[in-house]
Unconditional design. Structure first.
Length: 246
């Protein structure tokens, strides 16, 4: 669509910017922050913070989504690419479609995995039973492929790494729930509720977008960035280690 005027308002919200030039920025979205304004979340979003900290943002995303090339769920932390002009936005969007932007995620899943690595390949679409949820949808879903690797085992929980071939909404969460290994804290795709006394500071699914690699649209240089695990995530791993080694 043609560029439109930005209408979301700048807000002085702390924002971790790992990289910035005239064309793009790489930022770390904290857990609990919504990416862009929407009904029920008109302010306090990543976009509000971006408008305060960055001078320019692309207009392709519309008045409420300036600069936003891709998104993360509210309770997912980690790396996001931000476009500062329309040409960069279009180039990064094309790279996402071509699957040339490489991303890895870290998460804690429930249950013990038999194999150290695996692949879940199942189409994802809107759930016919609950419009707020995505689901494995053989009839109307889009192809989705998730590669997983076991990093560490903690008895009933497993520390995982994920690489995605596709970027469907809630992809990791849906795929893991479909093989009976929902992410710890994910109340949308699991009925299991972690006790706050056992896992303090866990609000929502334990999922972090840790690395992102891409070719810069203007310079042609390959760039890769890493976001260390947020404090709540690192603390959770320590709790799991202590529980498992009692």
């Amino acid at each position: 669509p043609p560029p439109v005027a930005v209408e979301a308002q700048p807000e002085d919200i702390p924002l971790q910017i790992l990289y910035e030039d005239d064309d793009l920025a790489v930022v770390v979205k904290p857990c609990g922050m919504v990416v862009h304004p929407a009904a029920g979340n008109e302010d306090g979003t990543l976009v509000n913070a971006l408008l305060f900290h960055l001078k320019n943002l692309s207009g392709i995303g519309g008045a409420l989504r300036p600069g936003i090339v891709h998104r993360l769920d509210k309770d997912t932390s980690g790396l996001l690419l931000v476009a500062k002009n329309d040409a960069t936005h279009a180039a990064l969007s094309d790279a996402l479609k071509a699957r040339t932007i490489h991303k890895t995620y870290r998460a804690v899943a429930r249950g013990a995995f038999k194999e150290p690595t695996g692949v879940v390949e199942a189409p994802i679409g809107r759930s016919p039973k609950d419009r707020k949820k995505m689901a494995i949808n053989e009839k109307n879903g889009k192809p989705a492929v998730t590669h997983y690797k076991v990093l560490e085992r903690f008895g009933d929980y497993t520390y995982m790494q994920f690489k995605l071939e596709t970027g469907r909404t809630h992809q990791i969460r849906v795929h893991m729930a479909s093989i009976n290994h929902p992410l710890l804290g994910d109340m949308l795709y699991s009925s299991y509720s972690p006790t706050k006394n056992r896992f303090k500071g866990l609000e929502g699914q334990c999922l972090h977008a840790k690395t992102i690699g891409f070719v810069h649209p203007k310079t042609g240089e390959y760039m890769e960035f890493d976001a260390p695990l947020p404090k709540y995530f690192a603390n959770l791993l320590e709790v799991l280690y202590n529980i498992n080694n009692k």
